[in-house]
Design a protein around this ligand. Structure first.
Ligand SMILES: [Fe+2]
Length: 555
């Protein structure tokens, strides 16, 4: 059976192709369209999946969409009608999205897919994606996002055999949404919701606690439920209320400088969200009697929250899905139609792979000379990094989710404090307080990041021992934590060779690893994208598959 899952018409459109119950390909539309967070019909992502799996459009047996528009409309309208201000204009957006999803079949027919399309429960799709991907045979599954259909989260007990099944133990009903609160405060702080929440999370580490007590009143938790204060938030209206603005401060204009009160609000938000999630996760583990916790939904893209859940919820093992946002629900939608119970996610590299001809053409068009090829290129790249170079790697299939994990990455030496500023000045242009993350060879994890073992998807922050922080200044956040990617020798990331060589030269098998893109751009998808970034920035080298290019070596 060839099942296609598609997430369409809202942020981060995506497609996932599952054949005989096992994932074959996953792609987000933004990678091919080059439009960050592209919300359109994922025609490019579908093409990528078909090409990677060697499947023709006419061979698709079924299509699934992780969203039921009518359930959503009916669920939300009752709340919106009760609002004193009535139904807001924003409802028209929901209705428009619903109509487009109902009409998805005609979009599919245009590209030759004639199989029937089914619309499925959004939260069950999220939940299946994370649980089937996890290493667990039974687990508690927590899904938390902004809003979909009439809900904002769901809690399950899951078992893998004889077929993966999720038993729903509770749902969070709109408008009680942890994700929408995070989005509302992100907007209040002058950033774009569904895009810049990571900046707010980074700010939290620098804030004082002046708003902690006030923000603590935003959420009330009770068993498997969370309630959001209606005094502070109105998701049918301007999101934050007059009372919120009086209790804290007016919305920040994006052009305004960031002040300490902005950082303090970010801290109040992050701490309150973590406390509410911790309560939900702990109670869920107690109710299910399971020891392992799966976490997904947009909230699971918050590494500090993941770190807290992993360390303090009482779970034995923790697993977050690398494409935890709505894009990843496309995988769950496909798996809901056909799943091999034994399938698990062993690596994140399910996106597009460049052809040899594309690579040759891109190098030729860029005018660069290859200075090394074959296995020696990795150790040569490691030597350049040890000498202070900042370089990029582009190889194999693209990562799923927002983190670059070695196939579309920029690498640098983490020992030098100035690396971060140089990287920001020349390529990334992040805000100065946003941290970069380390990739570390697993045997060394216990020395440098004892709590970061078995973290291949770079999804949770862990404390960095005091004695280590000064040795890795470019990858430790201001609160002494780091978002670690643990790399096993010979794993699919391809990073272990470079880390090993770098470790032999420096005594430190740790590298700064960040995504291969410029500010506001999706991660590079083609060799042409990689060459363009190399040409337009001050990266010192580019490793394209096993071909090493340097800035100086031109034809
Ligand atoms: Fe979602």
């Amino acid at each position: 059976m060839k099942m296609l899952g598609i997430h369409a018409f809202t942020h981060n459109a995506s497609a996932a192709l599952v054949v005989d119950g096992r994932l074959q390909a996953f792609a987000e539309e933004e990678r091919s369209s080059r439009l960050k967070g592209d919300p359109s019909f994922p025609i490019g992502a579908i093409s990528t999946c078909l090409a990677e799996a060697g499947v023709r459009a006419g061979e698709i047996d079924g299509v699934s969409i992780p969203f039921r528009p009518l359930v959503g409309a009916l669920g939300r309208i009752s709340y919106l009608l009760r609002r004193p201000a009535g139904v807001p204009e924003r409802f028209a957006d929901l209705a428009g999205k619903g109509m487009r999803i109902l009409g998805a079949r005609s979009s599919l027919r245009k590209i030759g897919i004639v199989a029937p399309a089914r619309r499925l429960d959004h939260y069950l799709c999220h939940g299946l994606a994370v649980f089937c991907s996890s290493p667990f045979d039974e687990a508690s599954v927590l899904v938390l996002d902004g809003v979909a259909e009439a809900w904002t989260g769901a809690l399950y007990r899951a078992e893998r055999f004889p077929v993966p099944a999720l038993h729903c133990l509770g749902r969070l009903a709109y408008p009680d949404s942890l994700g929408l609160v995070y989005a509302a405060v992100t907007e209040h702080l002058g950033f774009r919701h569904n895009a810049e929440e990571g900046k707010v999370m980074a700010m939290a580490a620098l804030g004082d606690d002046r708003f902690t007590a006030s923000f603590g009143r935003v959420f009330q938790t009770d068993g498997l439920s969370v309630f959001v204060s209606r005094d502070f938030f109105d998701f049918g209206g301007a999101w934050t209320t007059r009372r919120f603005r009086e209790a804290f401060f007016p919305p920040r204009d994006p052009s305004e400088d960031l002040r300490q009160e902005h950082f303090a609000l970010a801290r109040g938000l992050q701490e309150s969200v973590e406390a509410a999630c911790l309560s939900l996760a702990s109670n869920l583990l107690e109710v299910t009697g399971t020891q392992d916790l799966c976490f997904t939904g947009g909230l699971a893209l918050n590494p500090a929250l993941n770190g807290t859940l992993a360390a303090r919820s009482g779970c034995r093992r923790f697993f977050a899905f690398p494409a935890g946002g709505d894009a990843g629900a496309a995988l769950g939608a496909a798996l809901q139609r056909d799943v091999d119970p034994a399938w698990r996610l062993n690596h994140p590299f399910w996106g597009r792979r460049a052809t040899q001809a594309e690579i040759r053409d891109a190098i030729s068009a860029g005018g660069y000379a290859v200075i090394s090829q074959g296995p020696a290129s990795s150790s040569r790249a490691a030597s350049l990094l040890a000498g202070g170079a900042i370089g990029a790697v582009f190889r194999g299939r693209a990562e799923m989710g927002p983190r670059a994990l070695g196939h579309r990455s920029i690498l640098a030496d983490p020992r030098t404090p100035s690396t971060k500023d140089r990287l920001n000045r020349t390529v990334k242009r992040r805000l100065p307080f946003q941290p970069f993350a380390p990739a570390v060879l697993e045997p060394a994890c216990s020395e440098f990041f004892p709590d970061g073992r078995d973290s291949p998807y770079m999804l949770r922050t862990v404390p960095v021992p005091l004695g280590v922080r000064g040795r890795l200044p470019a990858v430790v956040h201001s609160d002494g934590t780091a978002r670690v990617q643990s790399v096993r020798k010979g794993d699919a990331s391809g990073l272990s060779d470079i880390l090993e060589s770098f470790g032999m030269e420096t005594g430190l098998p740790v590298l700064l690893n960040t995504s291969l893109n410029r500010k506001g751009e999706p991660i590079a998808d083609s060799p042409g994208d990689a060459i363009e970034i190399f040409r337009e920035t001050e990266l010192d080298f580019l490793l394209l598959e096993d071909l090493l290019l340097t800035r100086e070596a031109v034809r």
